[in-house]
Design a protein around this ligand. Structure first.
Ligand code: FES
Length: 157
């Protein structure tokens, strides 16, 4: 069966589009809704959003591939995204990534075999004053230390 939004998400889609003067301007929040609904934005999800938005799949794919917050491949239950931009880099982001890699056994860009974690390195998440930091799904974890990172990962089931 082809992908489509649940009735509840379809209502949110309509409310989102109504907030913008042109449908096309709602592309980013609509893609966010699609990612929440489908887990990731593979070719089928992109084709569906393209139909909803009256755009070509190539155009939607262009938007999806430009932003790191959209996932084109399936991701783990916990998407661990370590910021590697300047403030975080100076604060030890590389070490944070190395600690995570050692603890969960995957490199950035990989997902654990049990589907529990995906690890990514991303650019600035606008929390530079609390570097080094990472985002896990919708939550920010800041002023990271080895102890903090270990405790956070242990707490993610
Ligand atoms: S540099 Fe890491 S949040 Fe801005």
């Amino acid at each position: 069966m082809a992908l489509e939004f649940s009735p509840e998400t379809l209502k949110r889609f309509e409310a989102t589009v109504a907030r913008y003067p042109k449908k096309e301007a709602a592309m980013l929040p609509v893609l966010y809704l699609a990612q929440r609904e489908f887990g990731h934005l593979g070719p089928e999800a992109i084709a569906y959003v393209a139909r909803l938005m009256g755009q070509s799949p190539a155009r939607v794919h262009g938007v999806v591939s430009f932003y790191t917050m959209y996932n084109v491949k399936p991701i783990g239950r916990h998407h661990v995204q370590v910021c590697r931009t300047l403030s975080c880099a100076l604060g030890g982001a590389e070490k944070i990534t190395a600690i995570i890699t050692k603890k969960i056994g995957i490199e950035p860009g990989q997902t654990t075999a049990d589907g529990r974690f995906t690890l990514s390195e991303v650019e600035c998440l606008a929390s530079c004053g609390t570097a080094p930091m990472m985002q896990v799904n919708d939550d920010y974890y800041e002023n990271l230390t080895e102890e903090k990172v270990t405790a956070i990962l242990d707490g993610l089931k």
